[in-house]
Structures are given as structure tokens and as C-alpha cells.
Design a binder for this molecule. Sequence first.
Ligand code: GUN
Length: 290
Amino acid sequence: MSRATIIDGKAIAETLRREVAAGVSDLKRAHGIVPGLAVVLVGGDPASQVYVRTKSKATTDAGMLSFEHKLPAETAEPALLALIAELNGRKDVHGILVQLPLPKHIDARHVIEAIDPAKDVDGFHPTNVGRLASGAHALAPCTPSGCVILAKSVRNDLAGLEAVIIGRSNVVGKPMAQLLLAENCTVTIAHSRTRDLASVVRRADLVVAAVGRPEMVRGSWIKPGAIVIDVGIQRIVSADGKSHLVGDVAFDEAAQVAGAITPVPGGVGPMTVACLLRNTLQAANAIARA
Ligand code: GUN
């Protein structure tokens, strides 16, 4: 028996995707521009292949153009940088996403910095990271943007909440902190070296778990009534030999205590894709207005 409201990320993402599709129609009508998203995948990582396929389908479903570039794992860094330069120059490409992680011989930093910040729909370019941190209008990273929408679906005003983010990655933890600061939360970023993580999390009115450790966050760590957003997604095999997807939060335990919680799957995942579409539309709109 769960007590918490289960936040339906799939339904909320569906609503956002419909709004984006309407925006795409408006842009076509007003300026004759069809937003285009280029997704670059280097190598054959199975999880990345699934993500790329999902992103491409969502892009075309929203009425945008999708350009998939699949390169072999042994692609040299200069060849990838040359592709980025070509995509930067293309009029029909408004968004560029290079799927991470990249093979070890390629420096992801060089690749991210090569993307035109105006087309950086991941929000990973230092220009966009800096704009977000300084409160300027920016293409914000998709997963943390989706987390904010999910939290606000149960509590419209997050101001004054104690927010604890578990994980300090550039993809989720750090931009999450900036977005929650912008929502006037009191923000703590906890990580692998945090002392007594359980008691830090117990302070939180809003928990964002993004560590990549299956079911690490226990129900006993959750403050009664807290909003719990679970970014983790891992496939595990349980004692009965069945494989299933779990997050960073022990869902059944946490749902007894939390006020609201995202499920895995069907929580944060669909929002990441919807926010990517929103960023692509935003980039195309900005180019149309320029
Ligand atoms: N790999 C895992 N998450 C992401 C993401 O948000 N963007 C990109 N480019 N790669 C990822």
C-alpha cells in the first residue's frame, strides 16, 4: 500500500510533447521553418542505441526533422569534430546532441565545446552552463528540467523548500542545483563523499536522486511528505530470476513515507525526451527571430 501520490511522468511528458508539436506547427506557419534535431552516436552501446532511437521517433512524432548520425566506435576525434562543424553550419539543423558516453579515445569536453551554443540542446556547452548559473536565458539540460516540471506538478511553488540532490554530475546534479536555486529552494548537493547521507536526505522536502546505485535511498531516509524524484534507471535481476528496472530509490519503502514520488520506469525518463524536444523548438524559434 503506497501513501504517496505517484507522479505520472509519462502523462506529463505527453502533455509537453503535444505543446511542443503545437509550437512546431506555429513556427512552420509563421516562418516556414521546420525544426531539425541532429543526434550523433559513436559506437554501439546498446543503452545509447535505445535512447537515440527513442529520441529520433519522438522528434518526428512532434513534426520535426530528425537526422541520425551513427559513427563507428573507432571514429577519430578530428572526424567527429568535423561532423560537428558541418552540423553547426547547416540551416536545417537547429539542435545538435552527441550521445554520451563517448568512447575513451575521444575527449567529450572537446566535442561539447565544438557545438554551437545556440544549437546545444543538451545545455552542456560552457556558455550555456554559465548562462544557467548566472540566471540568464539558456538552453538548460533536459533531465534536470524535466525533474523541475515533475516536482512542480505536485507543488507549484517550490520556494523555501529544502532540496537535497544526490549526485554531482555535470549532466544532472550540478544543473539541477542551478534550476532549484532559480526556484528559490535551499539547495544541498550530496555525493559519494558526503558524511551521513541518510541524515542529510532526512532534512529534505524535495529529494532528487541521481547516483546510479539501484535502490540506494531507503524509505527510512525520507522525510514524511517529501517529494521524491528518482533519476536512476538500472536493470536488475531479482531473486526469482526476473529482470526489471529500478531507480536509485527503494520505491515501495519510500512510497510509504513520501508525499509524492516518481516511478521507474515512467517518471523522469519520458520527461528527458520531452524537454529535449522543447529545447529543439526553443533553439529553432531563437534562430527564426535572429
Ligand atoms: N547520456 C545520458 N544522458 C544523456 C543526455 O542527457 N544527453 C546526452 N547527450 N547523452 C546522455
